[in-house]
Design a protein around this ligand. Structure first.
Ligand code: CTP
Length: 418
């Protein structure tokens, strides 16, 4: 078996993708996107709008896609008797329609149901259930305008996946939100969307809230108490859950990790901030997963400014932080699931079961940290999954991504039974 291809890298193999290109400066990145998708094994066709053709040439796109580029829904004037049905068959052919860059004008046309060129027609003729990914890219003020936001909301309600543009320098030279993501990031979004179509999961459409990473508890304005957590396990769970179609919110302490595709991220620093952010989802989420290494204690008072080293010895009083997972577990309603981790050095199974009982969890993942193979900072982890009913599954040492998938498999089983 070839393990060098991760599931997401296989997602595009043999898939038919239409790239709809509109008239924005970001269109210059699209030949590179087409090449990348082809390299990943996809069959790509391009639907280019009239304005799009001013930014990127039809010839370039035809060359990299190795196929005809579609613009009008009518056959070419020089060959009128050729094909009258492409405007229907192209949409039917596709496994996904990707509109990148999507301009304000095209968003309006799609939201209103226009069929005046091949791109807009494909949006309507795409088979039900096939993903439409829209990458708006435009000037920051235009993006935020009420009409653009209204059209995006309409398209989202129609089932399109809207990927927020990135912030940074825009064509105007000003900074703002409106940049199209790079081709690699677009490809990853397409892979995630295809994966969640390919393997319908019971997690699809469920709202999952995950805490991840360490917290920092301030001593003074320049120092804090924290731990070695890298956030990798929580981020891996978030990415895997999004790949299964869940609506994932990741509440992350200070970590140096990219947000997994399709995941909403809320950055926090302290346990109190993490508790506050998490509390906003306690009533609405379907599944709460506590993967953060929340600092159990914080200094009773933060020293203003920078503490000087005048004294030979100093003492701090530490007070207990809220237990976020326990707060959720003890107030969860029927149908909500609470999943936690138990980081134990001794008496692992007994301590993990105690946490499961005391925090009213449905599942606890027992692990330990030697910071070499398992636990904090490293890329692998060895989990023992203990379910409320007592079923215990000892997993081998796995990559955190693979361990995350096994954890989600177990959560899926629990969901199916409840
Ligand atoms: N947790 C939490 N809030 C805290 C402490 C822990 O949400 N203030 C969550 C963690 O995210 C994890 C679980 O509770 O899912 C267990 O964390 P762990 O550090 O193993 O144990 P603690 O409950 O902190 O207990 P102890 O440190 O005494 O083992």
């Amino acid at each position: 078996m070839n393990n060098s291809l991760t599931p997401s890298r296989r997602a595009l193999k043999g898939k038919n993708i239409i790239i709809g290109i509109c008239g924005g400066i970001a269109a210059y990145k699209t030949p590179q996107l087409v090449r990348l998708l082809k390299k990943k094994g996809a069959d790509v066709r391009v639907a280019l709008t009239e304005s799009g053709s001013r930014f990127v040439s039809e010839l370039s796109l035809a060359t990299v896609s190795q196929a005809q580029v579609y613009r009008s829904i009518f056959p070419p004037a020089e060959n009128p008797g050729t094909d009258f049905t492409t405007h229907i068959t192209l949409g039917e052919w596709a496994d996904a329609l990707v509109i990148a860059p999507a301009t304000a004008n095209t968003l309006a046309r799609l939201a209103a149901g226009f069929c005046d060129d091949m791109l807009a027609t494909c949006f309507i003729t795409l088979r039900p259930g096939k993903p439409v990914l829209i990458f708006p890219a435009m000037d920051g003020q235009m993006y935020l305008s009420p009409s653009v936001q209204r059209n995006l909301a309409t398209l989202k309600a129609l089932g399109a996946i809207i990927i927020e543009p990135e912030s940074g320098e825009l064509a105007s030279g000003q900074c703002g939100t409106g940049r199209m993501p790079e081709p690699e990031a677009i490809a990853a979004h397409i892979e995630s969307a295809l994966l969640s179509m390919d393997c319908p999961s019971v997690l699809r459409g469920r709202s999952i809230v995950i805490t991840a990473g360490p917290t920092r508890e301030k001593i003074d304005d320049v120092r804090f108490i924290s731990n070695y957590s890298s956030g990798k396990m929580g981020f891996a769970i978030a990415g895997a859950a999004a790949e299964r179609g869940a609506n994932v919110t990741l509440i992350a302490g200070p970590v140096n990790l990219d947000t997994p595709h399709g995941v909403e991220r809320i950055n926090v620093e302290s346990a109190a901030q993490m508790r506050e952010a998490a509390g906003n989802f306690f009533r609405s989420c379907d599944i709460f997963i506590g993967a953060a290494a929340v600092a159990d204690y914080r200094p009773a008072a933060v020293i203003p400014g920078k503490l000087k080293k005048n004294d030979p010895e100093i003492q701090f009083t530490l007070v207990k932080n809220p237990d976020i997972l326990s707060d959720f577990g003890l107030q969860k309603q029927t149908g909500q699931l609470a999943v936690g981790f138990a980081l134990e050095q001794d008496n692992g199974p007994a301590n993990a079961r105690k946490k499961l009982e005391e925090k009213n969890l449905d599942l606890v993942a027992l692990n330990f940290s030697d910071r070499k193979t398992s636990g904090f900072e490293v890329d692998t982890n060895m989990l023992t999954l203990i379910e409320r009913g007592g079923i215990t599954t000892e997993l081998p040492l796995l990559s955190k991504e693979e361990a995350a998938r096994k954890l989600l498999d177990t959560i899926e089983n629990i969901c199916r039974q409840t």
